[in-house]
Structure formats: C-alpha cells, structure tokens
Design a protein around this ligand. Sequence first.
Ligand SMILES: [Zn+2]
Length: 215
Amino acid sequence: MRAAVLGANDGIVSTASLVVGIAAANAGRPELLIAAVAGLVAGAMSMAAGEYVSVSSQADSERADLDREKLEIATDERLEREELRNIYIDRGLDTELAERVAEQLMAHDALGAHARDELGLSETQRARPIQAALASASSFALGALLPVLLVAVAPMDTMIVFVAVSSLVFLGVLGAIAAKAGGASLLTGAVRVTFWGALAMAATAAIGHIFGAVV
Ligand SMILES: [Zn+2]
C-alpha cells in the first residue's frame, strides 16, 4: 500500500515536472504529449529495473543465508538446536520449555524454524524480484497517467497552471491517503508531498523557461 502510493507519487511528480518544464519552453501539445508519455514509460522502466536489482540482491542474500543454515543443520544439528533454544530463552521462555520447543521444531522443520526465528525470514515476505518490479512500474505508470491525461485536455494557454495545480491537488490527496493508512496526520502527509512536488515543478519550469529562451 505504502509502496504503491509512493510509486504513484513519483509518477505524478516526475511526469508533471517534465511537462511543466517543456511547456515553459513554449512547446506545443504534440511535443508535450510525447514528452509525457515518454516520461511515463522511461520512469516505469527505471522503477522496474531499480526495484528488480535491489530485490534480486536481497533474494540472493536470503538464499545464501538459507544455504548456510541448511549446511549448518546438516553438519552440526546439536549446535543449531542450542542456537534455537537460546533464541527462545531470549524471547522469554524458560530453559526447559525452550529446549522442548527447539527440539520439536528441529524435528518438524529445522530449516523453517531457523529461517523464521534466527534469520527473520517469513514465507509471506520473501523477496520476489519480478513481482516487486511489476508493482513498482505499474504504480509509477498509474501516477504518471494523470499528467498525461491533463496534457491531453488542458487548454494550451493555461497548460502550466492547469497541470501543476491539478497534479498538486492529486499529490495532496495521495499524501493524505498514505498518512491515513500509516496512522499519521493527514495534513502533514498532504503538505509534505505537495511541497516537494511544487518544488520539483518550479525547478523544471525555471529550467524550461531559461532553455526555451536560449535554444
Ligand atoms: Zn541456525
């Protein structure tokens, strides 16, 4: 949920900023549309690639940890059982109970017990690079779709204001939703993303204005 909102935020901020920058250089609607769509595709691909690489390396290290654990369980089961027992003692079980829990879990699913309790890995939150990449790319694309649509419908003479204000309103709403989901203050959440969005658009508008005058 949080990741999806962040991805959509990225999509809105970067694509709307791109559009505002190019509009500030006096481009026409076709150029703006091409820029917006290209920004959507480029951003979504880059989010997918970045997420894939980062989650893959996380998956690699999880796999290496599991392989090492598997080897240790195979070669020194007693030591591994003691390791589990000590973990349960640290968590508040008395020695005798910890011993029994460790013994039974070792007999039931030794690797699973070590994965959960020693490495902190759980099946539901295993690193899945492809899913992560797709989720990241699609939330970005969904966010970026907003500026694309705005470019298509906004009147040319108020393009910059139209795109900037509508995008900021959306960012504010998304920020408030994210804040609500996280139990934080709605206003703070909304103001924070809106501020950074406005800053990004102001920066590209300035760049577009300068380059539009020079080139
Ligand atoms: Zn272990």
